[in-house]
Design a binder for this molecule. Structure first.
Ligand code: HEM
Ligand SMILES: *[C@@H]1O[C@H](CO)[C@@H](O)[C@H](O)[C@H]1NC(C)=O
Length: 491
């Protein structure tokens, strides 16, 4: 039965092969597509980066490729990105809809919600809530510092030997988001969290593999019982887990005295009543999942890249440590404010973010017919903004292709941030967690560098900086040598 159905579909697909694809009028140029598959045959699926580079060289900073039947505009370099994301923000701030990863969310949450009132209301709510240092009894900074102490304890145990930074930073990033959302850290071995990660990982694999592509490019296949059905099922299971966590909070909350993000949302729900706004519990569930996902790999991958470079450049690490010692003196803990007294360390952290380009691409969608650098782009066109191209763009950086904190220091050694520093993107869709992420990176790096020295294991060969590509970029796995700093600090 399934076999013959598939055959019929394949036959229909082959029919389509004889139809020619025409780019819309005055659309950005690009390689010639074939029906159904678009430019897929011109892309090395395992590593399309070289092909994208080639296209950009050949067709310019605004060009188009077809993923299946769908044209996608690719933006390279700061000029094109700024014009689209900032100058023409109202035209370029949508998100692709009607694809697998947005369909499972039913347009809710924030990451993949389209440009419109529901997204706007929810984004504003989160920004205010995350900025609100009175959220519960603990400030954001205290929450991060508390989690950092757990990292310190772990490293103390491992000092004199080697640690695996992968799980360590993943766990820290997860706990910090969890603290913000639910007010407690969660045991990493917690059965619910394990199930949550496992379902999520499975979904990620399917959605980013061939079945995801088939769902996205061949809508006629969607009704068939294929593996993408599993993605929906898994997603509903995770949503239910989150629903249970919310119920627990409901049982213990006191209206008007929020302890964390979830309480703030529940208060907001109460306050609004039936005002016709987009606030409702289904949104909250997806919002929680979105914030958790968005803040996890991003932060932990950036930390892993940072420590890789700090080990590979011991003199840069030592200079940070000297500056941190001088700036903090006898203070028990660092605070985010201290960054103003640590221009060099602050520059190093930014340089780590630049060289890591943890989120290489921002995926947007045009929300109305528009123009960009002389080309016409219709409503609903997918747009890929190449953030990593800006982070290493020649002409924007003193040392675009090397790890060098001088990229963020002026002649007087003061911190200075070039306009092309866009690891969080720009415009209305700019990373919603930027404030939190910057605070995490600073407090974790400063606290750990103050207490420990990190070194590359002698038996591990030369450090390999080649990044592993994906939705987020990460370094290859490595081990980290750690010892208490000499002379030992009395604490
Ligand atoms: C080093 C860490 C991080 C990096 C490099 C990063 C980067 C980004 C980038 C590039 C985007 C896409 C912007 C666009 O579409 O133009 C984004 C979106 C987003 N990020 Fe982050 N992020 C980081 C950490 C976080 C954290 C900790 C949170 C959690 C609170 C977070 C929450 C979000 C959300 C919710 C969005 C979607 C915003 C929207 O669509 O309106 N991010 N981030
Ligand atoms: C983004 O730009 C970088 C550097 O120019 C390039 O290597 C990469 O292939 C580009 N990626 C995309 C998706 O265009």
């Amino acid at each position: 039965m399934l076999g013959s159905l598939v055959l019929v579909w394949i036959f229909i697909c082959i029919l389509f092969l004889f139809i020619r694809i025409q780019r819309p009028k005055n659309f950005p140029p690009g390689p010639r597509p074939v029906p159904i598959f678009g430019n897929l045959f011109q892309l090395n699926i395992a590593n399309p980066l070289k092909d994208f580079e080639r296209f950009a060289e050949r067709y310019g900073n605004v060009y188009s490729v077809y993923f299946g039947g769908r044209p996608t505009v690719v933006l390279t370099g700061m000029k094109a990105l700024k014009e689209a994301l900032v100058t023409k923000a109202a035209d370029f701030s949508g998100r692709p809809q009607n694809i697998l990863i947005s369909d499972i969310r039913e347009g809710k949450g924030v990451i993949l919600a389209d440009y419109g009132p529901a997204w706007k209301e929810h984004r504003r709510f989160a920004l205010t809530t995350l900025r609100n240092f009175g959220m519960g009894k603990q400030s954001m900074e205290e929450r991060i510092l508390g989690e950092t102490e757990h990292l310190v304890a772990r490293l103390e145990k491992g000092s004199g030997g080697f640690v695996n930074p992968q799980t360590m930073f993943h766990e820290a990033a997860s706990n910090i988001i969890y603290l913000v959302l639910f007010g407690t850290r969660l045991d990493y071995e917690d059965a619910t969290l394990k199930q949550y990660f496992q379902l999520f990982t499975e979904n990620f694999k399917i959605a980013n593999g061939p079945w995801g592509m088939i769902y996205d490019t061949l809508p006629m296949m969607r009704t068939l019982p294929l593996p993408f059905k599993k993605v929906f099922k898994n997603y509903y299971t995770t949503e239910k887990l989150v629903g249970d966590m919310i119920s627990k909070q409901k049982a213990s909350r006191v209206s008007g005295e929020p302890r964390h993000f979830v309480d703030c949302y529940l208060d907001e729900l109460e306050k609004r009543g039936d005002d016709g706004s987009s606030f409702e519990e289904g949104q909250l569930r997806r919002y929680i999942m979105d914030l958790h996902i968005a803040g996890l790999e991003t932060t932990s991958n950036t930390l892993r890249t940072a420590f890789l470079y700090l080990m590979a450049y011991p003199h840069i690490q030592a200079r940070c440590q000297q500056e941190i010692d001088e700036a903090l003196k006898d203070k028990a803990q660092a605070s985010f404010e201290d960054r103003h007294n640590m221009p060099y360390t602050h520059a190093v952290i930014h340089e780590c973010q630049r060289i890591a380009y943890t989120v290489p691409t921002a995926f947007h969608c045009t929300s109305r017919d528009t123009e960009l650098m002389g080309y016409s782009i219709p409503k609903g066109t997918f747009v890929m903004a190449n953030l990593s191209s800006v982070l290493s763009e020649e002409g924007q950086w003193k040392f675009p292709h090397e790890f060098n904190p001088a990229n963020f220091l002026n002649e007087e050694g003061q911190f200075e941030k070039p306009e092309a520093f866009l690891p969080f993107s720009a415009g209305p869709r700019v990373c919603l967690g930027e404030g939190l992420a910057r605070m995490e990176l600073f407090l974790i790096l400063v606290t750990l560098l103050r207490r420990f020295q990190f070194f590359w294991p002698e038996d591990a060969g030369e450090p390999d900086f080649t990044p592993v590509y994906g939705i987020t970029v990460r370094p290859k796995p490595y081990r980290m040598g750690v010892r208490l700093r000499q002379p030992a600090r009395e604490m």
